[in-house]
Design a protein. Structure first.
Ligand code: NI
Length: 198
């Protein structure tokens, strides 16, 4: 009885702890241009909450819907400041200014980081999970995070921001880590079925 009960509790816990698996480099969904969200409703709120749970578990500070296999234009984030968790639906980067070189990683390319040059400040518009219009001036880390998550909605990954030899080296690394097939298995020894030698 106790055993059964604890198995059920564990199953629920596991399910609650990680509702979604994060897609990694090589998954085609990460390369698709996502579609606009057409309805902001309870199911989107629920999905955003599940995405936040997945994101916190990694841990990460942002997660876009395509990263869990849902090709829709929205993402969640939490910088760990007083603002708390946020979601941005159908975002549009209306303006950008300045330049800032900063090291970035991505939950879909785990364990790797590159210095990426991006605009420093942005003005982003979109919707929150109540369907209200959002108009946000973002700088530094928040600006960086929003631009990174916005890229995921257009099928853009960090390596796409690199150039020349740095890009070549990065592509080689990610292919080896996430795409290369495992080594060919040893060929099976030929069997002489049925033949018996005296
Ligand atoms: Ni990312």
């Amino acid at each position: 009885m106790l055993g059964l009960r604890s198995t059920i509790d564990n199953a629920i816990l596991v399910n609650m702890a990680s509702p979604y698996e994060i897609r990694v480099f090589g998954d085609p969904v990460l390369r698709k241009v996502a579609e606009d969200v057409t309805e902001i409703d309870g199911s989107l709120v629920e999905l955003a909450n599940d995405m936040l749970t997945t994101m916190y578990e990694e841990p990460g500070i942002g997660l876009a819907a395509p990263q869990i296999g849902i090709s829709k234009r929205f993402f969640v984030y939490d910088l760990g400041d007083d603002e708390g968790p946020k979601a941005l639906v159908n975002p549009v980067i209306a303006e950008s200014d300045g330049e800032w070189l900063f090291e970035e990683g991505c939950l879909s390319v785990p364990g790797l980081h590159w210095e990426i040059l991006r605009p420093k400040q942005i003005h982003v518009v979109g919707y929150d999970l109540d369907g209200n219009e959002v108009s946000l001036e973002a700088d530094e880390l928040l600006s960086r995070l929003i631009q990174h998550e916005f890229d995921h909605l257009d099928g853009v990954l960090l390596v796409d921001h690199l150039e020349g030899d740095e890009r070549k080296a990065a592509m080689k690394t990610v292919r080896e880590l996430f795409i290369m097939p495992p080594e060919e298995p040893e060929p099976k020894k030929r069997l002489f079925g049925g033949l018996r030698l005296p």
